[in-house]
Design a binder for this molecule. Structure first.
Ligand code: GLC
Ligand code: GLC
Length: 814
């Protein structure tokens, strides 16, 4: 059973019934003004920071679910009957309901008794506002008299405070209403210089700004009194809960269609020019009026929408593929890069599972996310790298997170996640491979944002390596610190107190617990830095990094191999984690995938053995589990991982982020069939037919699918904001399809299933469009290339002839 279908031509997912198992969302905005919107118009908006500049209120984990949104009510003024075209909040039996989630916009609509209404929601490029464009048609034979009521509920800016500090907040709310425009100005009288505004292209017959008046006593959003009676109260909020609602009357002749535009936006005034006239308490609205004049015009709105569409077309044009599998094409051409952009914009802040108040931008998360978007927005990736590096500490360590508004490291979470700094090198290398812009390494970047501490970015990378080398444990493996990639493997924390954070509680000395995963990441990062150093003419340093990598590989061979697979770690008393000798948690995915991906064990047969063990012990039809057997009880010496019931999250869930490591590992060993098989097990489009079980959106990856120990095996959770997006994109585009940026040029080295006869890729790389046709002439993975008919040595397409903007590449694999 499904709830909709893909419309690949329009790059949309079309939902055809509103009662999806969970709210299926989309994102609006891609620069500064953002929103999340569900298939029934639930969600909220914010400016830059989902916690500190929240425009509208949303109640997570509430009943009924997903209430608080961008709602319109359509009322038949002859009968008094009213309904919401987005289904919520009135939830009438839907006639012809559809929701089209597209690239940066969502269109939701339905019909009732001869009236059809559709609302297109989007954020224009370069604007700090959202548009709701309503199209309403009279499909019947008689004239109709209708009323439209809009509604939003303002959040008092700080979403955390808004949900907790009622003793103050019920007294602070303030609005202004002028010529039908509603201005939300809570705290503008004191330290805030920003307001929200909500306007309509039609002259309203009335407005409401006090929630209690609009809804009526003890009513919900499904039956507002103002809508029921067909007239606004013209209420003005003083404290309590400011809302915005316009009442617009429309007369529609048979067959007539009308368009009404609503504009919800954010605006800042200079601190000393907030009021008009100066000295008053009235908002200076001149800037806002100019913006409104522009977007009240339907033609301007149409143009803004076209600009948004073509901007996405440009982004998605960078890598386009045609293969024998439609789930590959659809995810690679549309949804996977789209999700990667969402992770770039949001990191882990705002989704249906991330409340927007919890986490800043993670250091390791953001550096890995880069793998998925650097080809689309290289300039912004560059800026992100520099921001992240500026939070690095002089020791080479890194804050685990930073706050997007201040760009400062987050002291509450602190540092000592010992994998963090190494990811910087992975991100930097990805950026240079994509762009060839070596000047990044020369940028002067401070440590901990301290002025005067700047060094070239290159030195930040060298300090990342040093950080690991300064923190080796008894076996010569890297010390784990608070945790490595697996935030929940807390080998130094021993927490006995409920509610305490496993990541931030006081750690033990931590001189014993070691991570094989960090060792593998170190091998990868040190080899990257060696390659970078050598291309910068620093041959001696390059040699040193190579030696460090080789030595670490040796240590992994001696102390990180368990006999049939790679060990995961040593705990604080030197005991093995992820070993056949353990009672539970005998084998972990991270060290198998990452060691092989980093090239460890590829020469001595261990890599193959490790991946065979993954297949035997961890693979399920729904993806590869994090470890087995699941922890059936709490192990204080292992930490949060054993706090989850078996099969969920890091306790033997299918943690989709690390599945691509195994896919890439399989390609490293030349096994395209296995790689694509794993890829398709978690590919959201391929799982669409399991919608009832999977429950999350079929167009984006979820962080987690319940593992086989869970009663809900196959059920997904935590969709959208996950490193899964970038890693799957990276695995399929660069390793399976094998179109891979290198320092020297674009490499063509596919490792695809034996039955694939051909596929083609169009890749825009460093200003040149490569049209690549890959044809299988034999069973293996050897590649023979010709460019515009001329044979090329090896698999890397070097610098193209001067002036070339398009090249035709033929790759024969045999
Ligand atoms: C979450 C975190 C990420 C971590 C992963 C595994 O996705 O955001 O940083 O690596 O969980 O614990
Ligand atoms: C929790 C989650 C984990 C995440 C971490 C981030 O531990 O289980 O996935 O990485 O929080 O702080």
């Amino acid at each position: 059973m499904t709830y909709g279908h893909f419309d690949d031509r329009r790059r949309e997912y079309v939902i055809t019934r509103p009662d999806t198992p969970l709210p299926w969302i989309n994102y609006l905005g891609c620069e500064a003004y953002f929103g999340i919107i569900s298939n029934t118009a639930g969600g909220y908006s914010f400016y830059r920071d989902a916690r500190l500049r929240r425009l509208t209120r949303y109640r997570y984990n509430n009943v009924p679910p997903d209430v608080g949104g961008r709602y319109l009510y359509v009322r038949d003024d002859e009968t008094g009957d009213f309904w919401s075209p987005t289904w919520q909040p009135t939830r009438h039996d839907p006639e012809d309901y559809t929701c089209r989630h597209g690239m940066g916009y969502t269109v939701i609509g339905s019909a009732r008794k001869g009236v059809r209404a559709d609302i297109c929601y989007f954020v224009p490029l370069g604007a700090d506002l959202e548009i709701w464009q309503l199209t309403v048609s009279n499909k019947g034979r008689r004239p109709r008299r209708l009323s439209l009521f809009s509604s939003i509920e303002f959040c008092l800016w700080d979403a955390q405070d808004d949900a907790t500090n009622f003793q103050r907040n019920f007294s602070t709310g303030q609005v202004e209403v002028e010529r039908g425009v509603i201005y939300h100005k809570t705290e503008y009288r004191e330290r805030r210089n920003h307001v929200a505004f909500f306007a309509c292209s039609e002259k309203p017959a009335g407005t409401d700004t006090q929630r209690e008046a609009f809804l009526g006593p003890y009513r919900g959003w499904d039956k507002p009194l103002a809508v029921e009676r067909g007239r606004s109260f013209n209420s003005v909020a003083h404290g309590w809960a400011p809302i915005g609602s316009h009442h617009v009357r429309l007369a529609l002749a048979p067959g007539e269609t009308r368009t009404v535009t609503y504009i919800l936006g954010y605006s800042e005034n200079p601190r000393d020019a907030k009021f008009d006239p100066p000295g008053s308490q009235t908002i200076d609205k001149r800037g806002i009026r100019r913006v409104l004049d522009r977007y009240r015009d339907a033609a301007a709105v149409a143009k803004a929408f076209e600009e948004l569409r073509s901007s996405w077309e440009g982004l998605l044009d960078v890598y386009r593929v045609r293969t024998p599998v439609r789930h590959v094409d659809r995810m690679v051409n549309i949804w996977n890069p789209y999700q990667c952009m969402a992770t770039f914009n949001m990191s882990r802040s705002a989704s249906m599972f991330e409340s927007g108040i919890g986490r800043g931008l993670g250091f390791r998360d953001s550096t890995q996310d880069l793998l998925g978007f650097v080809h689309m927005v290289p300039a912004r990736a560059r800026e992100r790298i520099l921001d992240l590096a500026a939070t690095q500490l002089a020791t080479g360590g890194a804050y685990h997170q930073y706050q997007p508004l201040t760009k400062r490291g987050n002291n509450d979470i602190g540092s000592n996640f010992n994998d963090d700094p190494l990811w910087l090198i992975v991100g930097v290398a990805a950026y240079i491979r994509e762009t060839g812009d070596w000047s990044l390494l020369d940028e002067a970047v401070p440590y901990d944002n301290a002025p005067g501490s700047e060094t070239p970015l290159y030195e930040h990378c060298t300090r990342s390596i040093r950080y690991t080398l300064d923190r080796l444990g008894p076996h010569g493996l890297p010390l784990i610190g608070r945790a490595d990639w697996n935030d929940c493997l807390n080998l130094n924390c021993f927490s006995e107190t409920p509610g305490e954070s496993f990541q931030t509680t006081t750690n033990r000395e931590g001189r014993v617990a070691e991570s094989v995963f960090i060792a593998a990441l170190f091998v990868l990062a040190a080899r990257e830095l060696s390659a970078i150093a050598s291309r910068r003419g620093r041959e001696a340093e390059s040699g040193e990094y190579l030696q460090h990598a080789d030595r670490m590989e040796q240590v992994v061979r001696e102390h990180g191999w368990d006999g049939e697979w790679f060990l995961r770690a040593y705990d604080a008393s030197g005991g093995r984690v992820g070993s056949a000798s353990c009672g539970e948690g005998k084998i972990f995915i991270e060290s198998q995938g990452f060691c092989v991906l980093a090239g460890i064990g590829t020469q001595d047969g261990r890599a193959r053995k490790a991946l065979d063990a993954v297949r035997k012990h961890l693979a399920t039809p729904h993806g590869i589990m994090l470890q087995q057997p699941a922890f059936s009880r709490y192990y204080v010496e292992l930490g949060e991982i054993s706090s989850y019931p078996p099969g969920y999250k890091e306790n033997a869930g299918i943690f989709c982020h690390n599945n691509p490591w195994v896919m890439i590992a399989e390609t490293v060993l030349g096994n395209g069939d296995a790689a694509l098989d794993y890829y398709l097990r978690i590919n959201p489009s391929a799982r669409e037919r399991l919608a009832r079980l999977h429950r999350c959106e079929p167009y984006v990856y979820a962080q987690m699918i319940a593992g086989k120990d869970a009663p809900t095996h196959g059920e997904a959770k935590n969709s959208w904001l996950t490193g899964t997006a970038a890693w799957n994109y990276y695995a399929i585009t660069q390793w399976i399809l094998g179109i891979r940026p290198t320092f020297e040029g674009l490499q063509v080295a596919p490792v695809v299933p034996a039955r694939w006869k051909e596929f083609s890729v169009r890749r825009v790389f460093r200003g040149v469009t490569y049209d690549i046709d890959v044809v299988r002439v034999g069973k293996g993975n050897s590649v023979r290339l010709t460019v515009d008919g001329r044979p090329v040595d090896g698999t890397v397409l070097g610098v193209p002839p001067a002036g070339a903007t398009a090249l035709r590449v033929r790759a024969e694999i045999s």
